[in-house]
Design a binder for this molecule. Structure first.
Ligand code: UT7
Length: 323
């Protein structure tokens, strides 16, 4: 990875803010999720705007120019438009209109899938340098009248610049999905199943709904299975892991999976307390913060692991090399 970056909006929404608008308490939110606050974008701040800020940091840290990038990929479920792709809009904002650009929509697993696709494009020689961005304005699809979901989500973006190098960093990937029950986690209206109507909007069918307990159980199981599978594909074991950077959906999910994976102490990166769940942005934000804190050393083994809507899941084993 040549460079990593992130961005979160300025406005912070605390648990105390939710106490004023919902039947909830700071105690419930902290004990059930580990969340204290999350960042919320301005009305006029878009997914591509946040992605742009994160991308600029990643490009600067990579020591390259935007014009050196051969392909832009944005993982998001909250695109600027249904189409064109947010990646295309972002490329234009970076001053590299004309560059290959596409979106990937795999909800909270988006960064894991994106890392797999971007690394494969590089390893196959199609591109030398790929910008991968996870950016989400989840506040735009959050129902602030539903206490079961409202408190969970935040906005933000993370970005990585991947480039071809002699030392291999992308070691393995394990991906999966099961779309047999979309009702577990979805935005019901706005697609071809239920086009948006005035009635649908008044019933908030354009906002996210989730069966939290079911998703929780699935998440813990899949995080463990995907981590072990990715490690096995790379010929590695749990003991080889330097850092696990999991999707930040709930502190309890992360702790339960970490315990079963026998991961202890500060090997597991946590940001859910500050940012809540930022879907495809959560892993690259956590990575960028870990890098910014000077914690990553040459040769460290990082396991990225995520799960979410789809349902979807995945893990990537990654060797960190200083560039
Ligand atoms: O990014 C991937 C997608 N998302 C996730 O991975 C989230 C996965 N699920 C979760 O993190 C958890 O299931 C939640 C945090 C969503 C909920 O925690 P839980 O421990 O599973 O609670 P629950 O849904 O079983 O609800 C327990 C109680 C219910 O009340 P009753 O029926 O027992 O009276 C809820 O109505 O807690 C109530 N509740 C709340 N109470 C206060 C739900 N939300 C709140 C709230 N404040 N915000």
């Amino acid at each position: 990875m040549a460079g990593v970056g992130h961005y979160v909006p300025e406005r912070v929404m605390t648990n105390a803010d939710f106490e004023k608008i919902l039947d909830t308490t700071d105690e419930w939110i902290v004990s059930r999720t580990g969340m204290h606050e999350r960042h919320i974008a301005r009305d006029d701040e878009t997914t591509s705007d946040m992605g742009l800020a994160a991308a600029k940091m990643a490009i600067e840290r990579a020591g390259c120019a935007a014009s050196d990038i051969g392909c832009v990929i944005v993982a998001t479920v909250t695109p600027d438009y249904l189409f064109p792709a947010t990646a295309s809009v972002l490329a234009a904002k970076l001053g590299i209109a004309g560059t290959a650009a596409f979106d990937m929509e795999i909800a909270c697993s988006g960064f894991i899938y994106g890392l797999t696709v971007a690394s494969s494009l590089i390893q196959s020689g199609v591109y030398r340098r790929v910008l991968l961005v996870g950016s989400e304005k989840l506040s735009s699809i959050t129902n602030y009248e539903d206490r079961g979901t409202a408190v969970l989500f935040g906005d933000g973006a993370g970005a990585v610049v991947l480039e071809a190098a002699e030392r291999n960093d992308f070691l393995s990937s394990e991906l999966g999905s099961d779309g047999s029950d979309p009702s577990l986690l979805l935005v019901p209206a706005g697609g071809t199943v239920a086009p948006l109507t005035a009635e649908g909007i008044s019933e908030k069918q354009n906002k996210m709904v989730m069966k939290g307990r079911e998703v929780f159980r699935f998440a813990v199981t899949k995080m463990i299975e995907a981590t072990d599978a990715a490690l096995a594909k790379a010929g590695l074991t749990r003991k080889d892991i330097s850092y696990a950077i999991p999707h930040q959906a709930n502190r309890r999910i992360i702790d339960a999976a970490a315990k079963q994976l026998e991961m202890i102490g500060d090997k597991v990166v946590i940001t859910v307390d500050k940012y809540g769940n930022t879907s495809s942005a959560s892993i690259p934000i956590a990575l960028s913060e870990t890098y910014g804190a000077g914690k990553l050393k040459d040769g460290d083994l990082i396991v990225f692991v995520g799960f979410g809507g789809g349902l979807s899941w995945g893990a990537v084993a990654w060797r960190w090399w200083e560039r």
